[in-house]
Design a protein around this ligand. Structure first.
Ligand code: ZN
Length: 119
């Protein structure tokens, strides 16, 4: 079992602020927390592995740098990728159209000028 500390969380049972957040090394790889040395003694290893429990841990944990990277990077990467794809699509639409329009206007103005003056 991995004991890497991803962050700290305030234990909801005893208000111990230094309960530690970990990720299961196997299986669901769910987040859980360990509360030892609380004011009432040890609460122990607390596993709330379903969606609501996981959301509570993510919302309340104070991540260490490494834990923050692991947990937030995936979500941030997906959002950033979406935004980059959208921005690239917008840029790809705008630039060629504008240049093509300008080129068309210039050539039509010149050709009209020469056609008129020749007559
Ligand atoms: Zn506790």
């Amino acid at each position: 079992m991995s004991r890497d500390i991803l962050g700290h969380i305030t234990c909801p049972h005893c208000q111990n602020e230094s309960a530690t957040v970990h990720r299961q090394a196997k299986g669901s790889r769910a987040l859980y927390y360990r509360c030892y040395d609380g004011k009432n003694g040890d609460c122990g290893t607390v596993q709330i592995i379903l969606k609501g429990g996981q959301e509570w841990i993510k919302a309340n944990m104070r991540p260490l740098a490494a834990g923050e990277v692991e947990i937030i990077a995936q979500e941030a990467a997906e959002v950033a990728k979406e935004q980059a794809v959208k921005a690239a699509a917008v840029a790809a639409k705008k630039l060629p159209e504008n240049k093509a329009e300008q080129a068309n206007k210039k050539s039509s103005m010149f050709s009209k000028f020469f056609e008129d003056s020749h007559a």
